[in-house]
Design a protein around this ligand. Structure first.
Ligand code: ADP
Ligand code: MG
Length: 557
């Protein structure tokens, strides 16, 4: 094909595709515009996963009637005017791309009024053209309605996920903005159902309460630190409150929500040695930096940032969180026995200085010999003797393996043992958890859960899998929803469910076991198909063969 310049219509679709990836991206752009306009109230509504309808109303400054049409032009913005401004971006928007991009891939209606215009103005855009334009009354602010998203962009429509998945992205997104702007009153209605409402009274804990529930709201620790470069503020979890994925890490730079591997690492670094393997902190952190210190003009979606002094930002965040954790550790010295985290013990070198070739993963046979329990070490490992030497068994990992196998077997044979609860348990879900539950509730019943809606993001749990009878049910459910929502791992749902249940239902490190219990655990482990590794693939045991022992003690050469 010869080289030619693309038609403007194609160009605008290509550009729009970068800004508007999915319905949640439309909502993101509209919320950012409302915030830039100084709104203190933002209501968001979506139907059909945002494809049928998105409506965002605010009480911000509004757009003057004389500028309304211009606002839909590409690169038309009131927020910056020259190159120098690009280095000093204080607003969330600045590229002048959102409104034209949305109008290129959907039908858009806008009603807006400023304080100086005597009446509001209305405009209706279809396929990138104005089809109606008139005056309309409304109080100061703007309402933008977006219909039939991607209808004229079938490639993108094809890639969208189910309504539930899109709703869960929307719920997550709005939650993030509510966390970043506690002084703004947000409401989110999904398919006519109120999903989230914040009061806008400026209290971050109150927003956390709305989104994640009262336990987190009460227990999260305050982060507040200022150094030469940055001010780091927000809330972070005590080590005893952790999650199985990184969905609960929210970072804002000058209150812009960003995805930042750097900030994730800085936070996790602060928790080093305090969390079990595979557990992640919960944190809501805003970093205030001079605007010249960050470049947010990295991608059209503006969700990434580059720092002039990366290392300095990293250490500001790490130190701020470490400071918070250290202060609390002093205040409550009875912290959980986290030093016993299995992760730290995985290498036998740390127990005694021996050669690394004793790691179990290298042992060829899968079956376990009959073992005799000798005792428990650090309330975490079972010490056992077998025909060919010594075994150290991680009680949590071993129990996880047992439960995992049983759960999957019961499920595949359709013989799940169910335990009805005499006293039903009520659980409050975050907006995002609720969307995940709606998508997976039927599937979860196959595992023995009976969970019924109770209005207002509350759910009543009436029955659970019998294998979970001793677990903390609220933790089980939120762990389960976490792992079903996470994109990490492409495992089928049933494996995710079994893994998550096994992990939450298994006895923990630090728990004292009687000889009887240890014998029973080992007996059950012997009957599993892969007794030597837990469902996450980590070893359940370390084996020191008689031969190795003799070598270590210099009995043989
Ligand atoms: P940008 O936000 O990058 O400037 P947009 O295309 O998102 O570009 O918006 C274009 C312009 O329209 C903004 O600069 C702003 O002046 C105006 N605008 C958009 N939405 C609103 C709103 N909700 N309230 C007031 N003004 C708005
Ligand atoms: Mg914008």
């Amino acid at each position: 094909m010869p080289i030619k310049v693309l038609e403007p219509e194609v160009v605008s679709k290509i550009a729009a595709g970068e800004v508007v990836e999915r319905p949640a991206s439309v909502i993101k752009e509209l919320i950012e515009n409302s915030l830039d306009a100084g709104a203190t109230q933002i209501s968001i509504e979506a139907q059909g996963g945002g494809v049928e309808l998105i409506k965002v109303s605010d009480n911000g400054a509004g757009i003057p009637a004389s500028e309304l049409e211009l606002a839909f032009h590409r690169y038309a913005t009131s927020k910056i005017s020259n190159i120098a401004d690009l280095g000093n971006i204080g607003s969330l928007g600045f590229r002048g791309e959102a409104l034209p991009s949305i109008a290129a891939v959907a039908e858009v209606e806008i009603v807006t009024k400023t304080s100086s215009d005597s009446i509001g103005s209305y405009m209706y855009w279809r396929k990138g053209d104005v089809v109606r334009k008139e005056s309309r009354a409304r109080p100061q602010g703007s309402t933008i309605t977006v219909r039939r998203l991607f209808r004229y962009f079938p490639v993108r429509l094809k890639f969208l996920k189910s309504v539930n998945t899109e709703n869960s992205h929307i719920a997550h997104l709005v939650s993030q903005y509510a966390l970043a702007f506690p002084e703004v009153k947000f409401s989110l209605v999904l398919d006519k159902r109120l999903s989230l409402r914040t009061t806008g009274n400026g209290d971050l804990r109150e927003v956390v309460n709305e989104i994640y529930g009262p336990e987190l709201a009460q227990r999260m620790l305050k982060v507040e630190q200022k150094d030469g470069l940055a001010k780091v503020g927000g809330l972070t979890s005590p080590p005893s409150l952790a999650r199985s994925n990184r969905n609960y890490l929210s970072f804002f730079i000058n209150r812009r929500w960003v995805h930042s591997p750097l900030l994730t690492r800085a936070t996790e670094e602060a928790y080093r040695g305090l969390l079990m393997d595979g557990r992640h902190p919960i944190a809501i952190i805003n970093i205030s930096l001079p605007v010249q210190e960050v470049d947010v003009n990295v991608h059209p979606a503006k969700a990434q940032a580059k720092f002039c002094h990366e290392q300095a930002v990293f250490s500001s965040v790490q130190k701020a969180i470490e400071g918070t954790l250290a202060r609390t550790a002093i205040a409550s010295p009875k912290a959980e026995p986290f030093s016993l985290s299995p992760g730290q013990w995985q290498s036998p070198r740390m127990i005694m200085d021996i050669q690394p070739d004793f790691v179990v993963a290298q042992l060829p046979t899968l079956e376990l010999p009959v073992l005799r329990v000798l005792g428990q070490l650090a309330n975490t490992y079972i010490i056992a003797e077998g025909p060919s030497g010594l075994y150290l068994i991680d009680q949590h990992a071993a129990h996880e393996r047992i439960l995992y196998d049983r759960i999957l077997t019961q499920w595949s044979q359709k013989e799940v043992e169910v335990q009805g609860l005499l006293q039903p348990i009520t659980i409050e879900l975050s907006p995002r958890e609720e969307e995940t539950l709606k998508a997976t509730r039927e599937f979860l019943t196959q595992f023995g859960f009976s969970i019924e809606p109770f209005g207002n993001r509350s759910y009543v749990i009436r029955a659970i899998p019998a294998l979970m009878a001793r677990a903390n049910i609220i933790e089980v459910i939120s762990g389960l929803l976490d792992s079903l929502a996470s994109k990490e791992g492409l495992n089928p749902w049933e494996e995710k469910v079994a893994q998550s249940l096994a992990c939450h239902g298994a006895i923990r490190a630090g728990q004292q076991l009687s000889n009887e219990e240890m014998r029973e655990l080992i007996k059950q482990l012997e009957q599993t198909k892969q007794p030597r590794s837990c469902p996450h693939g980590r070893p359940t045991m370390i084996h020191l063969s008689s031969h190795q022992l003799e070598k270590e003690f210099g009995r043989i050469g």
